[in-house]
Design a binder for this molecule. Structure first.
Ligand code: NAP
Ligand code: GDD
Length: 330
């Protein structure tokens, strides 16, 4: 039974990846940081099947100790300060976790067992003010946020440890991927949640920022498969993962509100608070390499993703989905 260790297990991707790895017969070790409140909602249904260890990308000792204890075959580094606006409020913290945290994990692998494979969660946010359309593995980076800058560092340190120390370290440059488990602060979930509340009479308006921003949005459940496939290749490499389609925030609103018989123009309020100091206007992937080398293809089309998220939030507010918080560790 192979062992996989996942940082960021409590996040959106961590929960889908844990499900995938368990289905493939892995022993799964999830790294969660100490919190005064419950952060395990997304993995509640998996807690009997995975082992949770305490650790933090700030803390080199914690990384060394869990690698020594479990000596995993594969490490998936999904942990990050991942919300772009927060990265302007807390740029140093974002750099410490999202950039230097990658070095700490690679160093721990180098010291404990350089044969451990590592996946680094890189991001299309690195392309920022894009210099070519669509974006490939060869497209130069032009990050537009402290988060994007930190991810560029994380990407290059991953490549560097691959080249310097022969560590099997892969970088998955993933475009935006969403799901009913997406954090409420990200625009897709903010919209699906807002639509559900407005439809059920719990709210009237939805305050949003830039409706013209375009993203290449896919389903998170598909993207964790690409992560696993990258780790099964003969050689470590960099891969762009996306749908190859781009849609605006406005289109997301049109479909989401339209799906429940509402017009977004009656409810969406433009709010300066949600505009960013520097915007990423357009992202669209060229996922040809992932198609040809990994045999990976997305399964869900954009309108179906939007509708799935709205359905899930409607069910939540109708009380059809019970959330029973429980502590991860005592
Ligand atoms: P997410 O839902 O925000 O999850 C982030 C995870 O990182 C959470 O489990 C969080 O723990 C953990 N974390 C934050 N700071 C940490 C620290 N100092 N030490 C240990 N763990 C820490 O993000 P996601 O959407 O699943 O994304 C997973 C990864 O892929 C992230 O690195 C993200 O930047 C990257 N990425 C995401 C996308 C996307 O569209 N989703 C696209 C490209 C790249 P808590 O639960 O305790 O907060
Ligand atoms: N969050 C948010 N809230 N975004 C808004 C809003 C709003 O009210 N109104 C408009 N937007 C626009 C943002 O300006 C941005 O252009 C777009 O919606 C998407 O914002 P997010 O959903 O917050 O995602 P992101 O693209 O900034 O970052 C996500 O994708 C990256 C990959 O490209 C995150 O998951 C990152 O961690 C990830 O790396």
């Amino acid at each position: 039974m192979p062992t996989a260790l996942v940082t960021g297990i409590t996040g959106q991707d961590g929960s889908y990846l844990a499900e995938l790895l368990l289905a493939k017969g892995y022993k799964v070790i999830g790294v969660a940081r100490r919190s005064s409140t419950v952060t395990s909602e997304r993995i509640m249904h998996l807690l009997d099947d995975i082992t949770i260890v305490q650790g933090d990308l700030h803390d080199q000792g914690s990384l060394l100790s869990f690698l020594e204890e479990y000596n995993p075959d594969e490490v998936y580094n999904l942990a990050a300060q991942s919300f772009v606006p927060t990265s302007w409020n807390q740029p140093a913290l974002t750099g410490d976790v999202t950039a230097l945290g990658v070095t700490r994990l690679l160093e721990a692998i180098r010291f404990v067992n350089p044969k451990i494979k590592m996946y680094q969660a890189s991001s299309s946010e690195m392309f920022g003010k894009v210099v070519e359309v669509p974006q490939t593995e060869a497209t130069p980076f032009y990050p537009r946020s402290p988060y994007g800058v930190a991810k560029v560092y994380g990407h290059w340190i991953t490549v560097n440890y691959r080249e310097s120390f022969n560590i099997f370290a892969v970088s998955g440059i993933l475009f935006n991927h969403e799901s009913p488990r997406r954090g409420l602060e990200f625009v897709t979930r903010k919209i699906s949640d807002g639509v559900a509340k407005i439809k059920l009479g719990l709210s009237k308006d939805l305050h949003l920022g830039n409706l013209e921003a375009r993203r290449d949005w896919g389903f998170a459940g598909d993207y964790v498969q690409a992560m696993w496939l990258m780790m099964q290749q003969d050689h470590p490499d960099n891969y762009v993962v996306g749908t190859g389609e781009t849609h605006s925030v406005r289109e997301f609103c049109e479909i989401a509100f339209g799906y429940v018989g509402l017009d977004y123009k009656d409810h969406v309020v433009k709010d300066d608070r949600f505009f960013r100091p520097a915007e990423v206007d357009l992202l669209v992937s060229d996922p040809s390499k992932a198609h040809s080398q990994l045999g990976w293809k997305p399964s869900m089309k954009f309108p179906d993703l939007v509708k799935m998220m709205v359905d899930s939030d409607l069910a939540h507010y109708k009380g059809e989905k019970a959330i029973t918080p429980r502590r991860v560790y005592g």
